[in-house]
Structures are given as structure tokens and as C-alpha cells.
Design a binder for this molecule. Sequence first.
Ligand code: ZN
Length: 402
Amino acid sequence: MTLATRIQEWVEPRAEEMAELLEKLVALDTENPPGRGLGQCAAYLYEVMDRFGFAPEIIELAPHDQLEEPRVVQGRVGDGPRLVYFHGHFDVVPAQSRAQFTAERRNGRMYGRGTADMKGGVVSMLYGAAAARDLGLLGDGSIVFHLVCDEETGSDASSGHLRRAGLIDTSALAMVTAEPTGGVIWHASRGALTMRVELRGTEAHVGQAHLGDNAFQHMVNVAAPLNALAKELLEKRTAFPMEDEAAKGSMMVVGGASGSGVNFNAVPGSAWFSIDRRFNPEEDVDEEIERLSTLIHSAAEASGTTASIEIVQRQPSAGVDRAHPVARLLAGSVAEIEGTAPPFELCPGILETRWYAQLGMPAFGYGAGRLDVSHGPGEYVDEAAMRRCAAVYAMFAAKAFA
Ligand SMILES: [Zn+2]
């Protein structure tokens, strides 16, 4: 009997309990924002992991925005020194309707908020790890779980804490997160840089406009070269594979939000706008900050004013070569369970892998959910795909620790 068959014969009879666990997780409303019920969901996951014998621990996090009892649930399977991280998140994006918190099983699918992104992924990881342990596949390795609670709002409170507190072992072989990749492997992700740029002027009544200095006009002057740059950046295509060729450009949106907090009958004394820059794995966040700051300050100077720049979000990009030995192990694991080798793609958004990749660890997204239904009103996960995904995780652990 092949290992793939042995693993699947362990997973398949557990179809009903996996579905039940997912139903219970969906029913725990963890909408983020605002980050509701996180403590309650963490406590439930603790209980589930305890039943599995995964030595769970709850890490209480410092208060952050509106997150309600933010927690990380950690767990460990096996006691060998070689590590692989299974990383998941249990917050979900706000639902389109309350009915989404009652999971519904139809035509082999489980519908509900978080089924794809990514409570279904968490279920796959838990069962994948249990299969690997029960079948004696962990060798001299261990799987460490990090289940975090604020991925949908940037994960600074939880993954950021793990990183800052030195709770990520940099010697680990790999990290896998169960994001809804729809069966492809995300081996790279974009970085994100958000800036708020404020221009100063002098406020004056519109009847005395000659006494004022129009900050809005300065803003237009500063935005013009930024818009030109945004066009140029779109031509800078990443070498990482993406399904949509046109999406490969390096992205920048100027003026995602903007304003000049004054009445219409006054010359605006200040004006601000935002820049949201989503850069490719080939680009470096600090170089991007430098490039944009230089452009903004020189355009402001040419316009006769000064600009102040606030960095609202700074997330580096991440990327692993698909020829990396661990990337090949993961692709090989998928091929053995699914029958065909999966494509590698650049994740169009930012990804939790970045927290690990920054430490030099190969990090990947792979999950059964589909990205195109995640966050939407018809979110679902295919139950059979969720089980095959569990088998892939078990196979990956076996290969990593072989
Ligand atoms: Zn997600």
C-alpha cells in the first residue's frame, strides 16, 4: 500500500467529525474587524487540540485596536527537534449576512463564513498533523501550530507578537499556512506600503484668497508625479508566475482616501491623501519608502510647500524559489495526493508567510478553499478537497522529516 493510500485511509473515515468541527468553528463569530469573540474561539481550539493531544498553550496578547481577548493558540505534535510550522488564522472577514454563521452542507460543500478562509484550512491542518502522528510519520520532527487571531487586519497583534517575542524558531525547516489557494502553491507574496501624505498651506477666507496658500493645489502638484510613477510601475512585471498576466505589474494607488478638512468657502490650509503601494517580491520595502519619500519631498518643494509623511503600513514582500528543495517536497506531496503537480503562483495580496520568510525560512500558502469565494456571500469549501488537503499536510510532514 502506498503512503498516500495509508494517509487517505486514515483521513477519509473521519469525514463526519471533520465536518462537525468546521460547523462548530463557523458558528463561533470571529468577525474582524472588529475582532469579536477571539478569546472564545481560542478556548474552543485549545479544547480541540487538547483532545488531539497537541499540548496546546494559549498566548494572551496585549490589547490591540478593538480585538476582543486576542490570543494565539500554540500546539505541538511530536517531540523531535526538527520543526515545521502549521500556521492558521481563526478570525474571519465580516459576514454579508448572519446566516453565514450557520454552516450549511450542500452537494459535498460546506457553506459559511470562514469555511474557505480559513477555518476549513485549520481543520485540514489539525487532521493532517494527527494523521502524521498516528501513522508514525513524524520521525525526528515536530509540527508546531500557530493559530492567530487578527490576520484579516494585518496580524500585527498576533503574528507580529510571535515575531517580536522571538517565538518563531528560525531553524525550522518550513512554514505552511492553509490560506485558500484553491490547490495551487503560493510561494511568494506582495508587500504592502501605505502612506498618508499631508501638505501644508495657509487657510484664508475665499473672499481673501490672495492671502491664502492652497494646500489642495500643492496636493495636486505632488500627486501628479506619483500618478506618473504608478503608470510606470505597472509595466514592471514580476518574474513570479501569476494566472493573470496583466496583474503582474507592481501596483500603486494614489488617493485611496483623501481630504482637506475645511469648508468650501475657504482656501484649504492643509490637505492629505494616501498612497497604497503593493510591490512585487523582487522589490524591497525600504527602497520603496526611500523612492516615494524623495519624490514627494521634491515635488512639495517645487510646489513651494512641505510635506509630512506618515507610514501607516509597512509589510515586506516574500518569495521562495520554486526549485527550493522544500518547495519541491510540498509540490511532490500535492502530486501524490491529487495526482497532478500543482502550479506555483504569486499570491496577489499580502500573506502570513512574510513573518517567517523575513527570518529566512521557506514559507508557503496551500489550502483547499478557493480564493474567488473567500470573503464573499457564497463562501464555501469542498469537503473532499478539505480532506485531501489534510492528507497533503500529513504527506508533507512525512517527506520533511524523512
Ligand atoms: Zn485568510
